[in-house]
Design a protein around this ligand. Structure first.
Ligand code: EPU
Length: 444
């Protein structure tokens, strides 16, 4: 398993373009199961999770275009609509495989998908997904670790409440939305996830012929249609990647120009950054709701402490909690970070402490007492965003940090070391000898 060797202390400086969003791309790809015509996706990030999804769709009779060259669109086309089993071997490598369930059921009347199982960031139940599909008329059973969903006579519209103890569910909303587009009659999803990735999915489904109102709000109305056709769609930029590079620039007191930045999707993050003392300024001529170019600059060398509470969109995203914690380790005072989506998502805490961070965790809250410097140390990446937080800490730390198990980062950040090197970071990938390199389950 590869490692990163990072010598901290270099100010990041330069220009970077935000990649396409991983979390948007995965359900968009699964939507190819809904039609036998080609679905072309542009700006798909070149990540391991995307390759995993191509592999899963391949097993389900969806052919992918070669997609070897950077910038090349990915075209997916169902050539064999008969397979209905997403096996554990694939699902266990990527929890987001669950987003194939709704489209497969709607398109084929039958779907069998291995339950994803445990996850590094805490419990990840799928009860809301199943409740939604049941409401659409599917018969759901469990068999040998697989969810089996059947609707041989098709799905029928219904009113479905998708709220759970931690808010709505993003992939659950994606699943029910993708299933309801082919259901008979009208479906109303109440307490739908409002994340921008759901809006992006609704855009693709609409381009494929679906009738959807209200995506991006807590109530989505879908008028079912008999069939969908192919479409050509550009994946939205990755708001989590953008936030990660902004935090990395801020932690090193750097200055960054970020192209293709989804500014309007990041308002909660920008609000916290503003209070910390990090200015993210859009270039002139920015059109509302459109990606734009922004400049990132610290207003002072001293960062201010803040309170951060993660919430469903448009609140502060859980996927940026670990990264902002790394930044707050260097603020001048005490910050409070509370995790309300995945209350156990704190694997980065112990690793940051190894680098000299002063962190005190009680349940879903961490008190961060800022220190003047972090100090490089050997640390272990544990999940995607925890790993990003360690990279940010290492870039700012004195001395050398070795981050082991960076395969987590490869799942969600395209060529991270190359891009950071271009910004002036001292970062090197140490490849594990082939014989020692065995892929571990990656589930978050
Ligand atoms: N939940 C339930 N029941 C369900 C589904 C979810 O109780 O049936 C709970 C979860 O346990 C959690 C909360 O609801 O407490 C929200 O989970 P959600 O279902 O929204 O998460 P997800 O859709 O599985 C996506 C992202 C995650 C991101 C979360 C929250 C993808 C592929 N994954 O997961 O991204 O953290 O939404 O925003 O879109 C990441 O990119 O690092 C990542 C983990």
């Amino acid at each position: 398993m590869d490692s990163f060797l990072i010598t901290g202390g270099q100010r990041l400086k330069g220009r970077l373009a935000v990649s396409g969003s991983k979390n948007a791309a995965l359900p968009l790809m699964a939507a190819a199961l809904l039609t036998d015509q080609p679905v072309t996706l542009r700006n798909v990030p070149r990540l391991r999770d995307i390759r995993n999804m191509i592999g899963l769709l391949g097993e389900l009779g969806v052919e992918a275009s070669p997609w070897n060259e950077p910038g090349e669109p990915l075209t997916l086309r169902t050539t064999d609509p008969t397979p209905v089993h997403a096996r554990y071997d694939i699902v266990k490598t990527m929890r987001a495989s669950i987003c194939a369930l709704g489209p497969m059921l709607a398109g084929r009347g039958h779907a069998r998908l291995a339950l994803p199982g445990g996850c590094a960031i805490g419990p990840r139940p799928v009860d809301l997904h199943l409740r939604g599909l049941r409401a659409l008329g599917a018969r759901i059973t469990l068999n040998a670790g697989d969810v089996v969903a059947e609707a041989p006579d098709g799905l029928r519209g219904a009113t479905i409440f998708l709220g759970g103890p931690f808010g709505s569910t993003v992939l659950g909303t994606a699943n029910i939305l993708s299933a309801a587009v082919l259901a008979r009659g009208e479906t109303i999803i109440e307490s739908a996830a409002c994340e921008p990735e759901i809006v992006d999915l609704a855009r693709l489904l609409t381009a494929m012929g679906a009738h959807i109102e209200g995506a991006g709000s807590p109530r989505i109305t879908i008028h079912g249609v008999d069939s969908l056709h192919g479409a050509d769609h550009t994946v939205m930029p990755d708001r989590i990647e953008a936030a990660t590079y902004i935090m990395a620039a801020a932690a090193t007191n750097g200055s960054l120009t970020l192209d293709n930045c989804p500014y309007d999707d990041l308002l909660a993050v920008l609000d916290r950054l503003d209070e910390i003392g990090v200015a993210v300024t859009p270039h002139k001529g920015r059109a509302p709701q459109r990606p734009c170019t922004v400049d990132v600059e610290c207003r002072s060398r001293r960062l201010a402490p803040v309170q951060v509470t993660t919430q469903p969109h448009p609140g502060f995203p859980t996927d940026v909690q670990a990264q902002i914690m790394a930044l707050l380790c260097l603020a001048d005072g005490h910050s409070v970070v509370t995790e309300k989506i995945f209350p156990e998502r704190f694997l980065h805490v112990a690793e940051l402490q190894r680098m000299g961070a002063q962190l005190f965790r009680q349940g879903p809250t961490v008190i961060v007492s800022g220190v003047p410097n972090l100090v490089g140390a050997p640390v272990m990446a544990s999940d995607l965003r925890a790993s990003a937080s360690l990279v940010i800490a290492a870039l700012a730390a004195e001395g050398e940090t070795r981050i082991d198990r960076v395969y987590h980062l490869d799942r969600g950040y395209e060529t991270m070391e190359t891009r950071l090197t271009a910004l002036g970071a001292h970062i090197e990938r140490i490849e594990a000898p082939a014989t020692l390199s065995h892929p571990a389950p990656m589930r978050e």
